[in-house]
Write a protein that binds this ligand. Sequence first.
Ligand code: ADP
Ligand code: NI
Length: 187
Amino acid sequence: MDISGVYVKVRDLLSLDSSGHDFEHTMRVNKTALDIANSYPKADKDLISLIALLHDVDDPKIFNTQNNENARKIMESQKLDKSLINSVIAGINEISFSKNKDKKPSTLEAQIVQDADRLDAIGAIGVARTFAFGGSKGRSLQSSIDHFHEKLLLLKDMMNTDVAKQMAEKRHEFLLEFLKEYEKEIK
Ligand code: ADP
Ligand code: NI
């Protein structure tokens, strides 16, 4: 399947964002999800890429859309099948914390994208994104540090797939190392 049309539209929509939901984040989630999927031959890679590419295009922190309007419009413009569009939308909604709380997504594809999205919130990239997000909201460094304790340090135990659990270990260790060094330096 050729999803380059989707790619271009998502890039146009997200390239102006600076809150950590930028296009590079979306591309990393897509790549990490496909890496994870290599260990799960049954996973549908086209579905994974579509969920990954479109997972933030209706995020209420950036957009004011209803009913996944941006994701639907982008897929309809590419003449994707209705049933595929519905599977992608269901996947996107299941990986969103606000819409699905902490329930595990029902499909392997959505589970994998959720893991990839969470992996992008930890490790060195997670540190960078957290301060970028805090900065974009005019918040103090300490409020971003609080976010490590409230959310980021919990993510490694929330991974759906064994492969992502393994990938999360190293990134989690890096968060702890960063926090240790940070606390030392501000004392
Ligand atoms: P996503 O939707 O991509 O899973 P979020 O919307 O939860 O992730 O957050 C996007 C990025 O912004 C993450 O890197 C996260 O750590 C950061 N972030 C979210 N909320 C806060 C906060 N209150 N303070 C600092 N960073 C935050
Ligand atoms: Ni995301």
